[in-house]
Design a protein around this ligand. Structure first.
Ligand code: BDR
Ligand code: CA
Length: 367
């Protein structure tokens, strides 16, 4: 209950779905653009998730914008208790950060954000927070990374035993059989920082890879937006930020007004609320060189034999999920009702984004 006694968005959302006796403790790492916002809302609102912390990372937008959007989103969900830590502002080894404002809008919220700056990031980096929260709950924390893997690679550098401390790691990233969305073969989160991704794939854990194979096939359209807009102010906000995003995908990918959902799928797979229909355990590596830089190369040669066991297999690319998951996300956001913050834009100019100080920037072709 809120201090005034009214139900919170979290309580309303929780009441709308089946109970989950043991929510998954989660640390979510995001480059908060539009689809990351949905992922944070899902994690903050769904009772199957115990959201311990959020880390921001450069990617769709510069780090300051991503951090501001992470904070704004947890506050919208009525979850100011969720700590947000600021992460890396550029890739591990490259000097240039390449952003995707053309996909996510200058504010990372489809140019439809409120411009409201709420809350403060906690002390310490996102990588430090990841390590600290994993250490506080050994064997229980699922890391869910839905942006470039820079923070996760930094966390592995700080704590090489991190893989044995966590329950697992799930990423939105990569493409096992699907084409890439930045190059012919590279997906944006991996392409942004292939060196970090390679370190994460090489570490001693199994990476659940929720990539373009499934995230391009779970889509949101104007029908979903209409349902969201008819809900409370939270749904109205999400319908607003999706407009520009859907417009981008209409032109770049689908030829009609719909967008992929991407990041929320990784949260749901990690939480067990979206059960993969096909997800073989296979060997995989990230290409860091030449024309295929950023490609996730998965050994799927066992496909025609039902994926027999492979020695050294430590990646689970998710190859099929139910596209109807999009409706579940919409239902949850509608059930949450009104946001815990006003969703009307604040007066004055929008907060700086594309021109924010930071590493050299240019635009990804797709994301
Ligand atoms: C991924 O790249 C980012 O732009 C999206 O937020 C998503 O995480 C899709 O390739
Ligand atoms: Ca993302």
């Amino acid at each position: 209950m809120s201090p005034g006694g009214a139900a919170t968005p979290h309580e309303r959302a929780a009441a709308s779905v089946a109970t989950h006796p043991a929510p998954v403790k989660m640390v979510l790492d995001c480059d908060t653009g539009v689809d990351d916002t949905l992922a944070i809302l899902y994690a903050a609102l769904h009772p199957a998730v115990d959201l311990l912390g959020v880390g921001s990372v450069w990617g769709n937008v510069d780090l300051e914008t991503a951090t501001r959007n992470c904070l704004h989103t947890v506050h919208l969900a009525g979850r100011p208790d969720v700590p947000v830590a600021r992460g890396a502002d550029r890739p591990l080894l490259q000097t240039d950060a390449v952003f995707a404002y053309h996909v996510h809008g200058d504010d990372g919220q489809g140019n439809a954000g409120t411009g409201r700056v709420v809350g403060e990031p906690v002390a310490g980096s996102a990588a430090e927070q990841m390590v600290r929260l994993a250490g506080a709950h050994p064997g229980e924390v699922e890391i869910v990374a839905v942006g470039p893997l820079t923070n996760v690679a930094l966390a592995l550098g700080l704590c090489p035993e991190l893989p044995s401390l966590v329950r697992g790691i799930t990423i939105m990233g990569g493409a096992a059989l699907a084409p890439g969305n930045v190059t012919e073969v590279a997906e944006a989160n991996i392409w942004c920082d292939p060196d970090a991704a390679a370190a994460v794939f090489q570490a001693a854990w199994t990476v659940t890879m929720v990539g373009l194979d499934v995230t391009m096939l779970t889509t949101l359209d104007d029908g979903h937006r209409a349902r969201l807009a008819a809900g409370g102010t939270l749904g109205r906000y999400v319908a607003g930020i999706l407009d520009h995003y859907i417009g981008y995908f209409a032109a770049a990918s689908f030829g009609e007004r719909r967008s992929c959902m991407h990041d929320a799928l990784a949260v749901a797979v990690a939480a067990g609320t979206l059960v993969p229909e096909v997800a073989p355990l296979v060997r995989a590596y990230v290409s860091t060189e030449g024309r295929t830089r950023g490609q996730t190369v998965c050994d799927l040669r066992g496909m025609y034999m039902g994926y027999p066991e492979q020695e050294g297999a430590r990646c689970q690319p998710v190859l099929r999920t139910d596209p109807a998951f999009a409706d579940e996300v919409v239902d949850l956001l509608v059930a949450a009702g009104d946001a815990a913050l006003p969703v009307t834009p604040v007066d004055g100019p929008p907060a700086p984004a594309a021109s924010a100080a930071g590493p050299a920037s240019s635009s990804q072709e797709h994301a």
